[in-house]
Design a binder for this molecule. Structure first.
Ligand code: NI
Length: 241
C-alpha cells in the first residue's frame, strides 16, 4: 500500500502493532520443513530477480495459496520485499505484487528501514469486521493512482508471523486498513475494484495508460506471456504451497 496520501488522513492514528491489544498471542506449531527433503532431489528454481509488478499484470489477479513451508530462499525473498517496499515508500506489499503466488504480505507503517516494526503476515485470515470508514488509498502496483475506499474500521486478523508465532489481533486505524488492502491483493482484488462509480471514473484514464504501457512492455519481451507467467506461478506453488 502506498503511504503518501494515507498518512495525511490518518497520521494521528498511526500505531505500532504492539499497541493493538492482541487478544491472544500464542506460540503455535508452524511447519518449517528443511529445504532438502530426505531422499528427494530438489529442483533448482529458475532464478528471477524480484521487482514490483504493475497493473494489469495477471499475477495481480491471482488468488494466492496458503504457504506450507518457509525456507532460506523464501526468507531472502521476503527480505527483498521489504527493500522494494521501502524503495517505493510503501507501508505494505503483498507477495503477488512481486509476482509470487504465496499467501503472505509485509508491512511497516513507518515506511523506512530501521524505523517502526517490520511485520510479515503469513496465511492471514480476517474476521469480525466492525464499523465503516472512508479513506484515500494508493498502491505500489498503481503508482500515482489514488481513490477513496470504504472499509470496515476494525478487523480481527489471524496469521503466522515469520518466526512461527500465531498472531490473533484486533486491528484498527492504519494497520486495519493496510491489512485489509494487502489481504485483498492475495485474493486478486485491487483497491480500484472497491471505488465508487465516480471514484472509478476518476481513475479510468490512468488505468488505461497503465494498460497501454503494459502492452508495449509485453511486445518488447520485458513481460512474459500469460502461459509463461502461469507456469512459473505453478512451480512456486508446488514448492511452497
Ligand atoms: Ni496495493
Amino acid at each position: 500500500m502506498d503511504s503518501d496520501r494515507c498518512h495525511r488522513h490518518t497520521s494521528t492514528k498511526r500505531k505500532r502493532v504492539s499497541h493493538l491489544h492482541p487478544s491472544t498471542l500464542a506460540r503455535a506449531a508452524f511447519l518449517y520443513l528443511s529445504d532438502l527433503r530426505k531422499g528427494g532431489a530438489v529442483q533448482p528454481m529458475r532464478e528471477k530477480v524480484l521487482k514490483i509488478i504493475t497493473y494489469p499484470h495477471p499475477t495481480l489477479r491471482h488468488e494466492s495459496k496458503p504457504v506450507k513451508r518457509v525456507d532460506a530462499d523464501l526468507r531472502k525473498m521476503i527480505s527483498r520485499m521489504f527493500e522494494l517496499m521501502y524503495e517505493a515508500k510503501g507501508i505494505g506489499l503483498a507477495a503477488n505484487q512481486v509476482d509470487l503466488p504465496l499467501r503472505l504480505f509485509v508491512v511497516n507503517l513507518a515506511a523506512n528501514a530501521g524505523e517502526g516494526e517490520e511485520l510479515v503476515f503469513i496465511n492471514p485470515v480476517l474476521s469480525r469486521p466492525r464499523g465503516s470508514e472512508e479513506s484515500e488509498e494508493g498502491c505500489l502496483s498503481l503508482p500515482g493512482v489514488y481513490g477513496d475506499v470504504v472499509r470496515p474500521k476494525q478487523v480481527r486478523v489471524n496469521a503466522f508471523l515469520l518466526d512461527g508465532t500465531e498472531l490473533n489481533a484486533d486491528l484498527d486505524g492504519m494497520m486495519a486498513r493496510v491489512v485489509q488492502h494487502e489481504t485483498d491483493h492475495l485474493d486478486g482484488v485491487l483497491f480500484t475494484d472497491r471505488l465508487s462509480e465516480t471514484g472509478r471514473m476518476d481513475v479510468d484514464d490512468a488505468l488505461h495508460e497503465f494498460t497501454l504501457e503494459f502492452q508495449s512492455r509485453r511486445e518488447t519481451g520485458d513481460i512474459g506471456s500469460d502461459e509463461e507467467i502461469a507456469q512459473r506461478l505453478a512451480e512456486m506453488e508446488q514448492k511452497y504451497c
